[in-house]
Design a binder for this molecule. Sequence first.
Ligand code: A3P
Length: 293
Amino acid sequence: MDPKPKGWRLVKIEGVPLTEETAKNWNEIKDFQARPDDVLICTFPKSGTAWIQEIVEMILHGGDSQKCDLLPNYERSPFLELFLPKPFLLGVKAEEMPSPRILKTHLPAKLLPPSFWKQNCKIIYLARNIKDNAVSSFCFRRMNQLAPDPGDWNNFLENFIAGEWTYGSWFDHVCGWWEAKDHYPILYLFYEDLKENPAQEIGKVARFLGVELPELVLSQIVEHTAFKSMKVNPMTNFSTMPSSILDHTVSSYMRKGTVGDWKEHLTVAQSERIDDICAQKLRDSGLIFRTQL
Ligand code: A3P
């Protein structure tokens, strides 16, 4: 059995709380050398990162699921700023990967290694409404043995809203990338749209990547990346990770995959308070999130 690692502390970089392992390696991360044909997937954690990763992989492999099924997703598209403590050497090193690379990050736009901007890389940002995002984060923090203990739900929610959690403020994250999309090749997508009309949104991703998808291939990608398929696929459901990192007996990684699960967890008062904060903090951005379909 693997030894159980200690939960990470959070350390602020430019005001954003990151795990201590990321903070320790910050100079190396900041100097990461992007290549012009890199595709970067960016999300606030628990916004559907694994989903959009699988979609992008399937598109770039022309819908060939066998190519995606060769390795677990975390081995196929490296997580830029994740440095696992020894002996947890999972994943590939991005530097060693051949092009074209699909990379993943949760960094806010202001902390993105500058070479991505210089190389004008294609970036796909997937955003999810804060209520479902908070619930998913809470459940994930409980199963993630490396993350700090989230404590009880009410305290967690307060910290989450205040941005006192890994990657900082959800508001700053979604707004920072929303602003960046006016200056760089960024496709900004919403989890709720992807859930409502996967074929349409996958079509947008394919066009953004310059790939033409025949109808049949598009429907194969919709099928392969549907929640019910990804939940039972060991290459996408993180069941291959050691339980000392992700403990699936506490919660699944592929937990519910819905819009509106927050209704099972938030009180009316909590929900209304978040609505008020969203109205204030998102007002000038023009960003609109749906919390139900
Ligand atoms: P829930 O916890 O609400 O179920 P990330 O990959 O960024 O960590 O996000 C994980 C969340 O995305 C989980 O949300 C997970 O169930 C959901 N998700 C993953 N794949 C999905 C899919 N194919 N369809 C819908 N939701 C998906």
